[in-house]
Design a protein around this ligand. Sequence first.
Ligand code: ZN
Length: 154
Amino acid sequence: MHPGRVSWKATPQSEGAQTFTAHSELMRLVLDRVTAMAGENVTKTILHQIGREIGWTAFHHSRSQTAPPTLTTGLDEALRLHGFGKLVDLHEIDHRTNVTYTCTIETKGSNCDLIRGIVSRWLESHLQEKALNIEGPCSSQGQHICVFRITFRK
Ligand SMILES: [Zn+2]
């Protein structure tokens, strides 16, 4: 058995996480093909857009709950729901004319583009405002941590 599978079995995941694993294997094949035909930037854009759809859906799902979550608990739930990761830290940096949210996310795989999409659309939905800037590349220094900076007008 592949060594990677042993640790996967050692830490049972939610049903959602397993579903995502199965989907992501199929998705990986499709995206590899897209990358071969259209290039890596197209694949990154597609992943970002899929993430944004997930973020939007998760936000609207959360609104239907009897006690809608806060900005942080809702984002954490949105990420955990399908096994994308969990929110480690979210803080605001207040500038004079805008505000930047720095989001740190612990993740199992390299889904930076997808997660950036989820996070940015979740914040936009919650704040009811379009982001001024979604920092492109993940500024992660480690393998399992993603860091994004998303800026809104104040
Ligand atoms: Zn990342």
